[in-house]
Ligand binder design. Sequence first.
Ligand code: AMP
Length: 410
Amino acid sequence: MLEQARLAGYQRMETPVFEDTGLFARGVGQSTDVVQKEMYAFVDKGGRSVSLRPELTAGVVRALIQHGRIGAGLVKVAFSGPSFRYERPQAGRQRQFHQVDVEAIGSPDPATDADVILVGHEIFRSLGIDVSLMLTSLGDAECRPAYRERLLEFLRGLGDRLPAEVRARAEQNPLRVLDMKDPRVRELTAGAPLIRDWLCAPCKAHDDTVRSLLAEAGVGWVDAPRLVRGLDYYTRTTFEWQAGALDAAQDALGGGGRYDGLSELIGGPSAPGTGWALGLDRTVLALERAGRLPEPPAQLQAMVLPLTPAARGVALTLVRDLRRAGLAADQPYAERSLRGHMKAAARAGARVVVLLGDDELAAGQASVRDMAAREQGQVPLDAVAARVAEIAAGPPDAGPPDPDDRGAAP
Ligand code: AMP
């Protein structure tokens, strides 16, 4: 995923896993579930309230402000790391989860929205996961307040028909009521006013441009006029990638949008920005469902087997030389039969087994066995690394090595 971001000119960065609690309260928004219910906030030994980050964008913008990188043109950054939310754990919803984050800060140009979306699109394309891009605009400080009032009026008009907790939510953050999953609420709000009909002319033009750019680049989307997302900082372009193959509770693989007011909200200069975060854990679930989870790469290229006590020092020197040559090499740390050793080497995925018996030691050589080709030959000790490298660089395994294949007697 990060390679796709690198190809698009995003630089790597890292931010701390905890920040001043006020950063998230101001940045993510007091009225959000994330801040009200899900933050791991605690007081440190200096009496400061700090929080494990519930998301990545606020920390990125804070860091760029602090290091004077805001206002100096467009900054494109990407990274991955854990985020923390005190949620009820279930499949695809953990209290510590991993996100990949892509942010473009410093430009109001709709082309930057299209750029961050395109990076995500290419990521899902390269993974082979089928997703829908749900796309909307949430307007800005010009047009959203009037719309918010209008929507609140509508929701109040529903009176007791809305459950009490939904009415309370409406008073705090009426837009959030629109993307609630409860079918009753959905039905009652079917005729609610939608922000797309209330966008001011600049927001409308911005939205139109994003859509036409995406269309030209071959990125499809689903119009999602009720999409709001759980963070308060979004303005204008807002989107989410949904995987149809997963249950509704965890079908959002990632999402993001534009956050033009965020920098000022947390005490920085004015700096428009746009970006997204993608959930790694859910992406892994989606890959599993699609039967596309890749096998983990083999851990070892070579297993070195000292077959007599006298060979142990030579074995240690050989693994050292193999590692210096950039080859992953190890040796067993237990007494076993030769058959047991070969099995263990096969389990470890070793492409090559290096055998050191009495005969080999006497000749200053080692037997080097290509586990896939089932071929074995003797090589002088100082040529073992080169021979292992040659085998490891050869054509891929014909299949998993046969653990019962003991090879020629050493
Ligand atoms: P958000 O930061 O809310 O925009 O979420 C971005 C993505 O992070 C979501 O689409 C999920 O894939 C992932 N995510 C958010 N919360 C969790 C969680 N509690 N457990 C696992 N993944 C999560």
